[in-house]
Design a binder for this molecule. Structure first.
Ligand code: ADP
Ligand code: MG
Length: 338
């Protein structure tokens, strides 16, 4: 195992800059998640670390060793893709052992490691089956197992759960977290799914248009987003962004952000901010309520209260729940004297 370092990595396709000035320092054994919308450069970073794309600018280190010129085969990384391909004519056991065989690991050691990983992933009873006889979730576990069995220095996963149905995705996500706690391999995990990102990451790297927006623990990024992009990316429903004019005394050069769970509903005469309930979506424990506070201005509220559709309500937002975003730059200003 090893720490993984990226120093000012920039990658272009022709004239298109896919990722710019990416610097990461992932300590040995940590699980980091790269997150951002489709096309923001996540896979490009992973493929560059794996050695599938040559480094154009910057440097990559595994431990103390610069691997810029080390070919992919010799980098000792294991990568799991969204579209994993198992060998259809081989059994699960053979699929798991294949990479080890190619690397010249002796048969006894191969068998030992295959058994170990099969037990970990609940594949022991499936070892003699072929991929065609497995469910999607089982196949995905084999794909993960095939990477884990190598015991690589660095583990790279590119949206590995996105082909699974939601129940299986939840299960496998929990499983991954447990596995990493037991065997902390340095991991860089790519997803655009915020639940995966929030639940798995030691540190979360939010990307947008090829650039890092912010790095921090999921909680830190949720509570102290550096800018509007990060704020809008984490949280469901997303943070409400409201014009300053709704808040007396707030300078017009900023917008006000408020998370749906920080708004309370009251009777209309008890607040200066009022609106009509448009939609109520019950989630069981809470309701997602959409309220029209001005023409074409909808606010999401996450609440245990049960307002009625078309009801007039007041909204209460404690001052400490406000975020202020500079309209010109999108930067979050946490402390403003108003
Ligand atoms: N092989 C390629 N040739 C040209 N452009 C590419 C290639 N791979 C990726 N890109 C472009 O680089 C950008 C980042 O892509 P990618 O890293 O795949 O994003 P993500 O994984 O975040 O969806 C996108 O604009 C994409 O179109
Ligand atoms: Mg991708």
């Amino acid at each position: 195992m090893a720490q993984l370092i990226l120093e000012q990595v920039t990658q272009q396709f022709g004239r298109h800059v896919a990722v710019a000035d990416i610097s990461l320092h992932i300590p040995d054994g940590e699980f980091w998640v790269l997150m951002g919308p489709s096309g923001c450069g996540k896979s490009t970073i992973l493929r560059t670390v794996a050695g599938l794309l040559p480094v154009q600018q910057g440097r990559i280190f595994f431990g103390d060793r610069c691997v810029n010129h080390v070919p992919a085969r010799e980098r000792d990384v294991a990568m799991v893709f969204q579209n994993y391909a198992l060998y259809p004519h081989m059994t699960v056991a053979e699929n798991l052992a294949f990479g080890l065989k190619m690397r010249g690991v002796p048969p006894q050691e191969r068998q030992r490691r295959v058994q170990w990983v099969a037990e970990l992933l609940g594949l022991t009873n499936l070892l003699t089956r072929k991929p065609g006889q497995l469910s999607g979730g089982q196949q995905q576990r084999v794909a993960l197992g095939r990477a884990m069995v190598r015991q690589p220095q660095v583990f790279l996963l590119d949206e590995p759960l996105s082909n699974l149905d939601s129940r299986l995705r939840d299960q496998t996500r929990t499983e991954l977290k447990r596995l990493h706690q037991e065997f902390p391999t340095t991991t860089l995990y790519v997803t655009h799914d915020q639940t995966e990102a929030m639940t798995l990451a030691d540190q979360l790297v939010v990307m947008h248009q090829g650039r890092i927006q912010q790095i921090g623990s999921p909680q830190h990024l949720y509570q102290q987003p550096a800018n509007k992009t990060v704020a809008l990316f984490l949280g469901h429903p997303p943070m409400n962004i409201l014009p300053a004019r709704l808040f007396p005394g707030v300078p017009p050069t900023v917008e006000v952000g408020v998370r749906p769970e920080n708004i309370a509903i009251t009777s209309p005469e008890k607040s200066d901010l009022r609106g009509r309930v448009v939609i109520v979506e019950p989630l069981g424990q809470v309701n997602l309520v959409q309220i029209e506070v001005a023409p074409d201005l909808l606010v999401w509220v996450k609440t245990r209260q049960n307002p009625l559709v078309r009801e007039w309500v007041g909204l209460v937002i404690p001052k400490e729940a406000h975020y202020y975003f500079d309209i010109a730059t999108g930067l979050c200003q946490m402390l403003m004297s108003i």
